[in-house]
Design a protein around this ligand. Structure first.
Ligand SMILES: [Zn+2]
Ligand SMILES: [Zn+2]
Length: 435
């Protein structure tokens, strides 16, 4: 998730830091999806199918964690992903969004295809952990769990390549640069879905606060739009002792900041959600005491869950800035930078994802009322092209050091079997094998 968002995390049930076997149970379903095959006994995949290989999966994850790479520089990670996929007989394509990797696996004669997406990038942060697999690169760190996301999708790819319990095509999409640079957008712009047509696309992110063994899936908005804005208040600088000889941009800026607070409270429908926040303000130089600065630069962020509210925020911030400027004889230059649209899950695909999660984990371990997050995600660019859903996988309580973008964050390896099993179950639910 981009923009250094610290997510709200609400512990669901008893806190679990590491995998709790009681929550991860195997389900044997006889004949599901393949009832027409006489004598065929089909066992749905579950996290226990990945328990034996957990030490190996954890080693992959920790290796990626120790070698974090940021936006469009995921060369080592991409090499590692591509080599593993190829070794399992999966077709590999490289080069979309520079370091993106897409693996394609086909089984049976079905013509449907789905995309499963994992992000590979790290953050420009200094890790404060001191365990053996801590970052080996100064100023870079996997503090959002994308090392875990990459590993879970690899584990699922290997399982699917070995068992091929589906009918159709699966595209494993490993994308770069999720955090800030919009690697997902670039992959879409460079023809991801023209080259790899998909009937549905799914994304998954880890979530502290949801116990290991559980997932959250909901229809509708999952993540907010994430945009940036800048206002430059321009006045006429003058001597601090002679304010009447200039126009004071700082007073206009102060009025703008206060009026900004009325956008969500007065302009947005009370039944909707939005956030408008100031992130930085710059005026004058700290060394001076008696100079009224000529301009004030203000930057901030805006979040919404619906395109209409996003449009309203863009227009309102500009209107308020212009009004505050005019009231004080100044001028406001305004820029609104659209970054990520909201992530909105299609109802039908959210239901498929929930069914797949219930099959793998047990219905009691699928949360349907997890609140949307005001963080942003460039998976939204994929959902603008192809219907799908974005789901959360639990990694334990959101205690200090466990939250995303925290310098002590570490993905909980106990969740690797859960996410891997979900991916496999999703493929078998979306592309059921024929008798
Ligand atoms: Zn993040
Ligand atoms: Zn993330």
């Amino acid at each position: 998730m981009p923009d250094g968002q610290v997510l709200d995390s609400k512990p669901a049930g008893r806190p679990v830091r590491r995998a709790e076997p009681g929550l991860v149970k195997a389900i044997d379903i006889i004949g599901m999806d393949r009832a027409d095959a006489p004598g065929y006994r089909y066992r749905m995949v579950s996290p226990t199918d990945f328990q034996a290989s957990l030490p190996e999966l954890a080693a992959w994850r920790r290796d990626i964690h120790a070698h974090p790479e940021t936006a469009f520089e995921e060369v080592r990670t991409g090499d590692l992903v591509a080599a593993k996929l190829a070794s399992w007989g999966i077709d590999v394509h490289r080069g979309l969004a520079k370091t993106g990797v897409v693996g394609t696996l086909r089984a049976g004669s079905g013509t449907r295809a789905i995309g499963l997406r994992a992000d590979m990038d790290a953050l420009n942060m200094q890790e404060l952990n001191d365990f053996a697999h801590r970052s080996t690169i100064a100023g870079k760190m996997h503090a959002c769990g994308h090392d875990g996301h990459t590993t879970m999708l690899l584990a699922a790819a290997r399982h699917l390549a070995r068992h091929r319990g589906f009918d159709g095509a699966v595209h494993f999409i490993f994308q770069p640069a999720e955090e800030n640079e919009g690697g997902g957008r670039v992959m879409v712009q460079e023809g991801l879905f023209e080259r790899f047509p998909c009937d549905a696309v799914y994304g998954m992110h880890n979530m502290p606060g949801i116990p290991v063994g559980r997932m959250a899936v909901q229809a509708g908005p999952a993540l907010a739009s994430s945009d940036s804005w800048e206002v430059v208040m321009r006045g006429r600088g003058t001597h601090g002792a002679k304010p009447h000889l200039g126009t004071d941009a700082t007073v206009a800026a102060a009025n703008f900041i206060l009026a900004l607070q009325t956008i969500v409270s007065r302009s947005v429908d009370p039944l909707e959600s939005a956030a408008v926040s100031l992130g930085s303000i710059a005026a004058g130089v700290p060394e001076t005491w008696n100079v009224i600065p000529a301009e004030v630069r203000l930057r901030g962020t805006a979040r919404a869950f619906r395109p209409e509210i996003r449009d309203l925020l863009e227009a309102s911030i500009g209107r308020v800035a212009d009004g505050a400027a005019r009231a004080h004889g100044c001028r406001a230059d305004y820029r609104y930078i659209r970054r990520n649209p909201p992530v909105v899950n299609t109802k039908a695909n959210a239901e498929i994802a929930a069914r797949a999660a219930a099959r793998a984990l047990g219905a009691e371990n699928v949360l349907h009322d997890f609140p949307p997050s005001t963080a942003g995600e460039d998976f939204s660019f994929m959902l603008e092209k192809v219907p799908g859903a974005y789901v959360w996988v639990g990694i334990g309580p959101g205690e200090e050091g466990c939250l995303h973008h925290n310098p002590r964050y570490d993905f909980n390896d106990g969740a690797l079997p859960v996410g891997a099993a979900f991916w496999v179950s999703l493929v078998e639910t979306e592309l059921p094998a024929r008798g």
